[in-house]
Design a protein around this ligand. Sequence first.
Ligand code: SF4
Length: 310
Amino acid sequence: MNLYWLQCGAGGGDSMSMLNMDSPELTELCHEIGMNILWHPSLSNHSATEHEQILEDLLSGKQVLDIFCVEGFVIAGPDGQGGYDLLGARSKLGIVQQLAARARVVIAVGTCAAFGGIGNIGAIDAGGLQFVGDEPGGVLGADYRSGSGLPVLNLPGCPTHYGVLADTLMGLADGQLPELDPQQSPRQWFDMLVHQGCLRNEYHEFRVEEREFGDRGCLFFYRGCRGPLTSGPCNKLLWNRRSSKTNVGVPCVGCTSPNFPQQHPFFQTPNIADVPLELPAGVDRAHYLAYKGMAAASAPERLKKRKNLV
Ligand code: SF4
C-alpha cells in the first residue's frame, strides 16, 4: 500500500502528531500493514530531483497511489490558480486535484485540510478538500469521489490524533472502508463529544464552575470550553496515553469543528445573565436551565470545596 503525503498551507502539526504514534509506532505500523511511504516531508530523504520523479510517476499513473494524505489548507489564490503555494514549478492546488483523480483513497489530515481551518479567515482564497467551513465544496468539489468510491476521509483536529490516523490506515489496509458522518469523518471516532470522558464531568453535572485557571471545576460556563459542542475522541484517545486538554484544565477550543476557529475570543463563554449562549449539543434551553439550577443547588460539598482530585 503506497502513501504520498503533501503538506499545504499552515504548519506541520499533524505530521508532528503522526510522529508521536506509539502503539504501534509509525515504523511498526508501516511494517505491519505493508505501507510504503513514497514521500513525507519530515521522513523522506530523497533529493528534490528524486521527489520530482516520484511525483511525475504518480501523476502519470506509472506508480499506483493507494493513499493520498493532505495536511493543511489548500491555497487557490491568486485567481484560482494556486500560485501562492508552489512545489517546484507546480501549484499544490494542481497537485491536489491531479493526485486526487488518481488516488484510491484521499485523507484530509487535520482541520485545515478537511474544512479550511485558519485558511478560511485569510485573503488567500484557501479552503479544505471538500469543505469550506461547513459548506460542501472545497477545492475538489462536493461530488468528488476517489477510486474506492469514497469522498475525502476527513480526520479533523488541530492536530488530528495519531490514533485516529493509525486506525484509519489499518482499516484501509485491511480492506475496510469506514462509515462516515455528514462531515465525512469516521463515525467510530467522531460520533462522540469531547465532553464524553472528561474527568470534569461531575463538576459539569452539578454546575461547579471554574472561573480562574488553575482552579478545579467545569470550564464550560465561563472559560469557553466547547467540549459539549464538539465531536471528537479527545477524551477517549488520550495524548501520550494519559492526558487531554480538559483533563489538565485547558478548555476545549473546538478544533475538530468545521467552523474552527470560532469568531469570539478563546477562553471566554459568551453569557447572558450567567447562562451560556450556546448550550450542549441537542439540549433544550428551558429544560437545561431548570435542570442546571436544581443541580447547582444540590451540588455536594466535596465538589463545591474542590476536594476531587481533578
Ligand atoms: S471541562 Fe469541558 S469537556 Fe470537561 S466537563 Fe466541563 S464542559 Fe465538559
